[in-house]
Design a protein around this ligand. Structure first.
Ligand code: S3P
Length: 440
C-alpha cells in the first residue's frame, strides 16, 4: 500500500456524531503512574498509538508487564521501587517527547546507567531543558551535542530536592520534575508557567503528597517523596487535540454539523475552543461532567460562514500548542489579517511547525509573513484552490499530515499528501473517522 494519500474533492455536507481516540497525554501518564503503582491497574479507551505503545515497551524493559485485550489495557505494577534495572539497558522513546522527558523523572534514582534513544525527529529536539533540572537533583545525565538524544542517565542514592523555575510553559518538563520530586526525600518546589496539568490532577486523584497553589500566570507546586501509589483504574477521555481536526473540518465545511462525544475539556487544553470562538466559529459545549479530577463534555460544532481574523493573545498559546497548525487553516479563511505571536515553542515540536505551517498556507495561495516566533496570516473568506499541491514527508509529523487532509477536504484542489503512516503516532483511526463522516 502506498504511504501517501490523494484528495481531489471537498467533503460533502454532513451531520454526524463521532468519538475520537483516547487522550495521548493522559494515556502516557496512566502508563507511567501505573508502572510504579502497587497492584494491577486497568485502563479503558487507552490510546493505542505508537507513542503509547512505546511507553508500554519502555516499562516492559524496566520489568513491568502489561497486557492489551479488546476491553482494556492492564499493567501489573510492582510498587514505587518495582523497576528492574538490567545492565546496558536502552530505552526507546521513538517519536514521543512526552515519554522521553517524563520517563527521565522516574529514572532519577536508577542505580545503573540507562541509555535513552528516539527516532530522527525526537533526536533533534531539546533535552537540555529537562537534563538541567534533573541533574540538580543529583542524577548524571550526558547528552549528545550538549542538547539531544541519545543520552545516558545514571541516578543517585543521595538525591536532593530542588527549587525549579519552569518558564517555558512546558508540561513535559514540569511533569518530569514532579516525578523526580516524588522519588526524592524532602520538599521539591516548582514555580511553573501555566501548562497542561494532567500530572497534578492524577497525583491529587491518587492522594499523593503534592500541593498546588494556582496564581494568575503560574502555579506553585510542592512535591514530597511518595511511598506508595494505589492501582489506578481509568477510563481515558477523548483527546481534544484529535477532536480539533474535526472541529475545524466542520467549521470550514458548508451546511454541516458534528458532535464529538466524551472529550477532555481540561481548562489547560481548551485554547483551541477559546481561539475559534473569538474567530466566530460556532461551538457549543454540552453535557459537562467531571471524571477523576478531569472535565469532560460533548463538543458540538456547526459550519461557520463569517470567520473573523484574530490577534491571538499569547496567554492562550500553551493551551492550544498542539493545535496551531489546524487553527492556521481557520485564519486562512477569516476576514482580515490574523496575528499569532510568541510562538517559539511551535518550532520545538515533532517538526518546526511554525515554519511548516507557513509553507502549507503559502502553497495554498495564502499570503503569510512568518518570522522566527510569529506569523501573520492574510485571510481570504473566498479561498478556493484549483491547483495541485504536494505535501512531502516532513520529519513524519502526524499533525502536518492531518492538517493537510483537512485543508484538502475543505478548500478543494488536488492534493497528494505523503506519509499517512505518521498518524500512527497519535491518532491511527483518523482516516477511518474521516471515511465515516464522508459516508452519508
Ligand atoms: C505534552 C506537552 C506539550 C505538548 C505535547 C504533550 C504532555 O509539550 O506539545 O504534545 O503530554 O505533557 P511541551 O510540554 O513540550 O510543551
Amino acid at each position: 500500500m502506498t504511504n501517501s494519500i490523494k484528495i481531489k474533492r471537498k467533503i460533502n455536507k454532513f451531520n454526524k456524531k463521532i468519538k475520537v481516540s483516547g487522550d495521548k497525554s493522559l494515556s502516557i501518564r496512566w502508563v507511567l503512574f501505573s508502572s510504579i503503582a502497587s497492584g494491577i491497574s486497568k485502563a479503558k479507551n487507552l490510546l493505542l498509538s505508537d507513542d503509547v505503545l512505546a511507553a508500554l515497551n519502555v516499562i516492559r524493559k524496566l520489568g513491568i508487564k502489561s497486557k492489551i485485550n479488546k476491553k482494556e489495557c492492564v499493567i501489573y505494577g510492582k510498587g514505587i521501587d518495582g523497576y528492574k534495572y538490567n545492565n546496558k539497558l536502552t530505552l526507546d522513546a521513538k517519536n514521543s517527547g512526552t515519554l522521553g522527558r517524563l520517563i527521565l523523572g522516574l529514572l532519577i534514582n536508577t542505580p545503573k546507567l540507562i541509555k535513552l534513544i528516539g527516532d530522527k525527529s525526537l533526536s533533534k529536539r531539546d533535552f537540555k531543558r529537562i537534563a538541567k533540572p534533573l541533574s540538580k537533583f543529583g542524577a548524571k545525565i550526558k547528552l549528545s551535542n550538549r542538547n539531544n538524544l541519545p543520552l545516558t542517565i545514571l541516578g543517585s542514592k543521595n538525591l536532593k530536592p530542588i527549587k525549579y523555575i519552569e518558564n517555558i510553559g512546558s508540561a513535559q518538563c514540569k511533569s518530569s520534575v514532579i516525578f523526580a520530586g516524588m522519588r526524592t526525600n524532602g520538599k521539591t518546589i516548582i514555580k511553573a508557567k501555566k501548562s497542561r496539568n494532567h500530572t497534578e490532577l492524577l497525583s491529587k486523584h491518587l492522594s499523593l503528597p503534592i500541593k498546588i497553589k494556582s496564581k494568575k500566570n503560574y502555579d506553585l507546586i510542592e512535591v514530597k517523596k511518595v511511598k506508595k501509589i494505589d492501582k489506578l483504574n481509568y477510563d481515558i477521555p477523548s483527546d481534544i487535540s484529535s477532536a480539533a481536526f474535526f472541529i475545524v473540518l466542520t467549521a470550514l465545511s458548508k451546511n454541516s454539523k458534528l458532535t464529538i462525544t466524551n472529550v477532555n475539556i481540561n481548562p489547560t487544553r481548551i485554547g483551541i475552543i477559546t481561539i475559534l470562538k473569538k474567530m466566530g466559529v460556532k461551538i457549543n459545549i454540552k453535557n459537562k461532567r467531571k471524571y477523576k479530577g478531569e472535565k469532560i463534555a460533548n463538543i458540538q460544532v456547526i459550519s461557520s460562514n463569517n470567520i473573523r481574523a484574530i490577534n491571538c493573545p499569547p496567554s492562550l498559546n500553551s493551551g492550544a500548542i498542539d493545535e496551531f497548525l489546524i487553527i492556521f487553516l481557520v485564519a486562512a479563511k477569516a476576514k482580515g489579517i490574523s496575528y499569532f505571536k510568541n510562538l517559539n515553542e511551535l518550532n520545538q515540536k515533532e517538526s518546526p511547525r511554525l515554519v511548516w505551517g507557513a509553507k502549507i498556507l503559502s502553497k495554498m495561495g495564502i499570503k503569510v509573513i512568518a518570522k522566527k516566533n510569529s506569523i501573520k496570516i492574510y485571510g481570504n473568506p473566498n479561498i478556493k484552490i484549483n491547483k495541485n499541491i504536494i505535501i512531502k514527508d516532513f520529519l513524519k509529523d502526524h499533525r502536518v499530515f492531518m492538517t493537510s487532509v483537512i485543508a484538502a477536504l475543505t478548500f478543494g484542489g488536488s492534493w497528494t499528501i505523503h506519509d499517512r503512516d505518521s498518524i500512527k503516532t497519535s491518532f491511527p483511526k483518523f482516516l477511518n473517522i474521516i471515511n465515516k463522516i464522508k459516508k452519508n
